[in-house]
Design a protein around this ligand. Structure first.
Ligand code: C2E
Ligand code: MG
Ligand code: MG
Length: 530
């Protein structure tokens, strides 16, 4: 209906214009305006008549050439735009450095594999070069890219004809092997792992340099370990492979890990933790527990380490070693740290003034000035003297020393908070940091304490750390004391403080008061008997 209306109004418009033109032409012809004008122009401007036609023709040719050129330009522009769009599309599925399909490209193939009912089982191998960042910081991006290209070239040359190769972010390579039985695929994968390990050991050529690549491997066999494979999308498969890679990374150079039923369980647990952590912090499900530390010479409690505890309504107790890294990666650690601190400070108001509180702080929090400001505010708000607070920074925090961490340490020291270096002996650059940062205490990692009565090397390490602390004027704490024999050894070596199940596990806030009372009574009784 509307269309018809538009058509008839357009027709009327054209009719009106045509009628108007016809009236004008009729009047002009009647009055002879054209003829007289032409005669006047020819008389007044004789040259105009001569050159007019030439000008008109020239103009017409010019216009034609211009319009042809414009058409050509538009065509070129269109082609360039199409090529750019193609390039963008290609970039979406191709790794720009190695030219291999990237993770999205691999995802596309994996999704196809899942879609095809007839497609057989397949195995996915992930190889991660974990020292590429170090190569970038020492030799620059160009050399690191050459290393990746050499690595890719080697894989191309050594993969089977039917294998698909891809290269994802963070220098991870993928090899998808299809066909054959799981055992046959497993043999092929083992052969690739062996040859790649040997290639890395020999050093990889990157420009004029021969560089070491530190790698680890993750294997995921779809079909064998995951019977409901058709339910998986590429994202599910790659998430599982990432999990295995992460696990392998923790086991060092050339570590090989395969996806297993236990990993599926751990992954599900991780997903559950991720989805419920934010709410758990907000609703106060995560609370501080307190583990006493003891002066080993006087046998008196001098303080309590604050340890986060989460009793999940369905899953039960989830250890901090699991939820702290997840809180960190999901961006809720800041809220968690401050919530634990506030709860701990409120509880500590009930306990004797000379009982210190040792709070664990992760490097992420430490390098965040907002967290540090709020940290100090909470001490004021809960009326806790900052000199009662000690923060424990794990030695691994200093793998990447940042100016922000050093500034935070100096700031905390200024307000009266003292600083311990935790898990000493497991990290890097300890001696350098002991020299440049104002630490107050060293906590020897429990792995050395556990077997110091049976392992001479552990004993020697503990002895040297205590001696090092003494020469720097820093008291040492031994964590993880479980056996009486180790306690005696530590006392002989002059270790200042101790913590461990031998004295007490981490206690809920309401058990701390009675514990402190009892411990004091026991110590006094022993002293009287002696
Ligand atoms: P950490 O700071 O080195 O804490 C000592 C860990 O050793 C605690 O484990 C403690 O329960 C355990 N432990 C103490 N004595 C013994 C013993 O005699 N034997 C054994 N086998 N273990 C002992 P937990 O509570 O599981 O904490 C693990 C790590 O999680 C802590 O190591 C700390 O790095 C981190 N963490 C705990 N709570 C927090 C927190 O609120 N914030 C942050 N950022 N990290 C936390
Ligand atoms: Mg600690
Ligand atoms: Mg520790």
């Amino acid at each position: 209906m509307n269309d018809q209306n538009t058509k008839s109004s357009k027709g009327a418009e054209i009719g009106a214009i045509a009628a108007l033109v016809a009236v004008f032409v009729f009047i002009e012809l009647q009055l002879g305006i054209f003829e007289r004008t032409a005669e006047t122009i020819a008389v007044a401007f004789p040259l105009a008549a001569k050159y007019g036609i030439a000008l008109l023709t020239g103009g017409w040719i010019g216009l034609t050439v211009y319009s042809l050129k414009r058409r050509g330009d538009l065509r070129t522009e269109k082609l360039a735009r199409t090529a750019a769009e193609e390039r963008v599309k290609l970039h979406k599925i191709v790794d720009p450095v190695t030219g291999l399909p990237n993770r999205s490209g691999l995802g596309f193939v994996l999704n196809e594999q899942v879609r095809q009912e007839t497609a057989g089982d397949y195995t996915l191998l992930g190889i991660e070069i974990c020292n590429l960042d170090a190569v970038i910081s020492v030799h620059g991006v160009a050399v690191a890219e050459r290393l990746e290209i050499s690595f890719a070239d080697y894989l191309i040359a050594h993969c089977g004809r039917d294998d698909m190769l891809a290269c994802g972010d963070r220098s991870t390579f993928y090899i998808l092997t299809t066909g054959g039985t799981p055992d046959e695929r497993s043999l092929r994968i083992d052969a690739i792992i062996e040859t790649v390990s040997a290639f890395c050991d020999a050093g990889i050529q990157a420009d004029h340099l021969k560089l070491q690549a530190y790698v680890h491997f993750a294997i995921l066999d779809i079909g064998q370990t995951t019977p409901e494979k058709s339910a998986f999308k590429a994202a599910d498969i790659l998430r599982r492979l990432d999990f295995v890679l992460h696990n392998a990374r923790a086991h060092g150079h050339k570590a090989v890990r395969s996806y297993s039923a236990e990993m599926e369980h751990a992954l599900n647990r991780q997903a559950l933790v991720e989805s419920s952590l934010g709410n758990a912090i907000e609703t106060g499900q995560i609370i501080p527990f307190f583990q006493p530390f003891i002066d080993l010479q006087t046998n008196s409690v001098t303080g309590l380490e604050v340890l986060a505890r989460w009793n999940h309504p369905q899953e039960g107790a989830i250890p901090p070693g699991v939820f702290i890294p997840i809180a960190e990666s999901t961006g809720v650690l800041r809220t968690l740290t401050l919530s634990i601190l506030r709860q701990a400070c409120e509880a500590a108001r009930e306990w004797p003034y000379d009982i210190k509180l040792a709070v664990n702080i992760s490097p992420t929090d430490l390098s965040d000035p907002v967290v540090m400001d709020r940290f100090v505010n909470i001490l004021h708000e809960t009326s806790i003297d900052p000199r009662r607070i000690e923060i424990e920074i794990t030695e691994n925090a200093f793998i990447e020393e940042t100016a922000a961490i050093s500034q935070a340490i100096v700031k905390l020291k200024e307000v009266g908070v003292s600083i311990s270096i935790d898990d000493f002996g497991t990290g890097y650059s300890s001696l350098h940091h002991l020299r440049v940062l104002p630490f107050d205490k060293i906590k020897i990692d429990q792995s050395f304490i556990k077997d110091m009565d049976t392992n001479a090397d552990s004993r020697a390490i503990v002895q040297s750390v205590i001696a090092l602390g003494r020469s720097l004027g820093l008291p040492t704490t031994a964590e993880g004391i479980e056996a009486g024999g180790n306690l005696e050894l530590l006392q002989e070596l002059g270790c200042a403080l101790g913590q461990g199940y031998l004295f007490a596990k981490a206690l809920p806030a309401d058990e701390v008061g009675p514990f402190l009372e009892n411990y004091k009574k026991q110590t006094t009784q022993i002293a009287h008997v002696a």
